[in-house]
Design a protein around this ligand. Structure first.
Ligand code: ZN
Ligand code: ZN
Length: 278
């Protein structure tokens, strides 16, 4: 099957606890749908915190890499497989760990997908606990925290691209001046730092009776109207959580979505690793 994209750098595994299928089934599905490059970026496994249903346990790190390396070898004539993680930016808390992953080559790259932040349990208890932006009462504050941390992550130089930059639509439902200003901060940073923004194909698969642009959580059409006519690089991400997602995605919808806005679509990215060859 011929798709308008043949590289996908955003794909998950069952280890995160909310995805299904074997590692091999994802690879086969990507191949069958014409993909030449597959980057696997499961939700990053984090030391010292357990979040079942959100991300795999840290103890699964080795198994994840070994399994994907085997598949890379097995299917090397059909697809170029890359191993990465989708990670939030948690500031200093996990910076050393992210750097270690890239320095040692345990993974090749990271994409920045901010879903939550991690805070200390209380003032005198530094047990890390997750705080979902979407669960905060003040959606403006949640958005500001999301954007601040996203830009910090972009500035860290550790990430290849920004996954679903418009993720805030989950909690910020109406487009207004505030969200326009916050969106522009992300877009300006993407241009300044030359980091691609991802048009995420995930939620489009939740709509069963045909996709209507204004019913999507993301891509949020209003956000991408702002990206239109800028130099910001855009890349599509299948964000597969099931091998079937490669078949179910309405690629035609996204082709139009991009053409309509004359977005600066790129079909390949250079994987960012500031420690490579050093
Ligand atoms: Zn996920
Ligand atoms: Zn993802």
């Amino acid at each position: 099957m011929k798709r308008f994209i043949d590289a996908n750098y955003h794909s998950h595994t069952y280890r995160c606890g909310h995805a299904q299928g074997s590692d091999e089934e994802y690879v086969v599905a990507a191949i069958e749908n014409g993909f030449k490059i597959l980057g696997v970026t499961d939700h990053i496994f984090l030391p010292n915190i357990s979040q079942p249903g959100m991300r795999g346990d840290f103890s699964e790190l080795k198994g994840y890499v070994v399994s994907l390396e085997k598949l890379r070898e097995k299917y090397k004539d059909k697809i170029e497989l890359h191993i990465g993680f989708e990670a939030e930016w948690y500031g200093e808390r996990y910076k050393d760990y992210y750097e270690w992953l890239l320095k040692t080559g345990v993974v090749e790259y990271l994409i920045l997908g901010n879903h939550m932040t991690i805070i200390n349990k209380s003032e005198d208890d530094d047990t890390p606990v997750a705080l979902n932006y979407g669960a905060m009462k003040d959606e403006k504050l949640a958005t500001k925290m999301y954007v601040d941390s996203l830009i910090e992550g972009m500035e860290s130089g550790l990430f290849t691209y920004v996954a679903h930059p418009d993720f805030f639509h989950y909690w910020y439902r109406e487009w207004d001046e505030y969200i326009e200003k916050e969106s522009k901060r992300i877009i300006d940073a993407a241009i300044r730092l030359d980091i691609p923004l991802e048009i995420n194909m995930g939620p489009s698969r939740f709509l069963k009776n045909g996709i209507k642009e204004d019913e999507l959580v993301y891509p949020w059409n209003k956000f991408w109207d702002l990206v239109a006519n800028t130099k910001a690089k855009c890349i599509c991400g299948v964000d597969a959580h099931n091998p079937n997602n490669y078949y179910e995605t309405d690629y035609g919808f996204f082709k139009q979505f991009i053409a309509k806005r004359k977005l600066n679509l790129i079909k390949r990215v250079d994987l960012v690793n500031p420690f490579k060859n050093k």
